[in-house]
Structures are given as structure tokens and as C-alpha cells.
Ligand binder design. Sequence first.
Ligand code: HEC
Ligand code: HEC
Ligand code: HEC
Length: 193
Amino acid sequence: MAAENGNPGFLKRTWHRLRSPSAKWSVLGLLVVGFVIGSVAIIGTQVMVNVTGTDKFCGTACHSMQWVAKEHRDGIHGTNRTGVAATCHDCHIPKDYPYLLFYKARAGIKDVIGEMRGVIDTEAKFKAARMEMAKHVWEEYAGNNSQACRNCHVFTKEVLAKQKEMVRPIHATVMEGKATCIDCHKGIAHTAP
Ligand code: HEC
Ligand code: HEC
Ligand code: HEC
């Protein structure tokens, strides 16, 4: 502010400087600076995606996630005999860039605002809001043919042959495109509301 008051041409001069070619810096120097800034931005983004992508972060950063997190931990996709788990991210965040970043940013902002307003900060409030949230997830899965499930579960004739006999004809309808996972497997990671 002081600069603007005491020096009316400040903005104009800065603008002029920004627009003129650099006298001091070589093109190589500028490229290196640009490269370093770009790298830091990319690595920083990647670190944030990883830090905020663990079950520990998703299940504990917000008070309101603790209930679903426990159900997930105790369920087949959390702890099972083969030790292969599906994380919150696997089921709730698309895995393709750049879509992953938009999705995470949107979901994160919404959740933080909800947390601060205390929308679901008690178990009672959580239970009341649960149906609404589940519906959003179901709609999303119905809209993308349960893509998240199919990232891990790939059905072929050979796979079906290894499944329980009573399930085979049912899953055959999935392979014909007549049904999608979430039509039948609601409540697969958390208690369905
Ligand atoms: C990250 C990979 C992954 C994702 C994503 C995933 N699953 Fe699974 N799922 C597994 C694994 C691994 C098992 C087997 C666990 C075991 O039995 O050892 C499993 C088991 C199951 C079972 C068998 C349950 C049982 O009691 O035997 C069903 C049903 C299932 N998944 C449905 C789904 C549905 C529906 C989705 C999408 C909402 C989904 N899975 C998403 C990896 C995944
Ligand atoms: C039309 C209903 C229906 C659809 C759609 C459906 N399933 Fe199933 N699925 C079932 C039923 C019923 C069972 C048997 C339930 C049980 O054993 O508890 C089952 C069992 C399973 C099992 C365990 C198989 C076994 O042999 O133990 C897995 C894994 C599974 N489903 C994954 C999926 C995935 C992934 C999709 C989407 C690609 C899907 N299902 C779509 C109805 C369906
Ligand atoms: C195997 C896939 C899968 C995993 C893993 C998973 N979810 Fe879910 N989640 C779902 C589905 C499907 C729904 C929709 C409701 C339902 O069918 O239970 C859902 C619903 C929710 C809801 C809405 C409230 C509700 O109960 O329906 C929240 C919040 C949620 N999940 C958070 C999490 C968190 C946090 C984790 C990790 C600790 C996680 N989820 C792991 C599949 C998953």
C-alpha cells in the first residue's frame, strides 16, 4: 500500500518490467527457474495426493468419518484372510488424472465445510445424514457402471467358473451389461443405511 501511495507509477512500472524482455537473466536461467518451480508444484501436488489418500487420513482427519472407517476396517475390504485391502480412495476417488485432482478438491472442500459447520459431528446427526450421502454414492456408481469395483474385480467366464455356483447365473447378467455391482452389493464396505 505504501508503495502505491508514495509512488503513483509503481503498478505501471512493475507491469512494464514484467512485459519487457529480461536484461539480467539469460533464457537458460529463466528456463531453469521455470523448471524448478514447475517441478516443486508437481511434486508438491503428488505428495498432497498421497498424504490425503491414506485410510488413516480419510478415516480420522475428520471427526465425522470415524463411524464409517470402523465399519470398513472390520469388513471384508478392510481386513481379510489374504491381506489385500481396498482403501477409501480405491472406492471413492477416481484414479485417473487430472479428474482425480478435481474430484479430491471438490470432495475435500465440501467435507471441510461440513465438518466446520458441524453438519454430522455427532453419531446421531451422522445417522440422520447417512441415507442422503449413501444415495450420492449409489447414483455415482450407477452412472459409471461401478467403475471403482471393476478396477479390482474383473469378471470373465473363467472367473465366474470359480465363484459359488448360485452366483454364476446372477453375475452372468453383469457380463451381459444388464446389471451393475451396486444394484446388488449395497453396503459392501459400510453398513448400508
Ligand atoms: C482395491 C481393490 C478392490 C476394490 C476397489 C473393490 N474390491 Fe471387492 N474385494 C477385493 C478383494 C481383494 C476381495 C477378497 C478379499 C478376501 O476374501 O480375501 C474382495 C471381496 C469382495 C466380495 C466378496 C465378499 C465376501 O464376503 O466374500 C464382494 C461381494 C466384493 N468384493 C464386492 C465389491 C464391490 C461391489 C466393490 C465396489 C463397491 C468392490 N468390491 C471394490 C478387492 C476390491
Ligand atoms: C444381480 C445382482 C448382482 C450383481 C449386479 C452383482 N452381484 Fe456379486 N453377488 C451377487 C450375489 C447374490 C452374490 C452371493 C452373495 C453371497 O455369497 O453372500 C454375489 C457374490 C459376489 C462375490 C463373491 C463370489 C464368491 O464366489 O464368493 C463377489 C466377489 C461379487 N459378488 C462381486 C461383484 C462385482 C464386482 C459386481 C460388479 C462387477 C457384482 N458382484 C455384481 C449378486 C450380484
Ligand atoms: C469396497 C468399496 C468401499 C471402500 C473400501 C470404502 N467405501 Fe465408503 N462407500 C462405499 C459404497 C458402495 C457406499 C454407498 C453406501 C453403501 O452401499 O454402503 C459408501 C458410502 C460411504 C459414505 C456415506 C455414508 C454411508 O454410510 O453410506 C461415507 C462417508 C464413506 N463411504 C466413507 C468411506 C471411508 C472414510 C472409507 C475408508 C475408511 C471408505 N468409505 C471405504 C464403498 C466403499
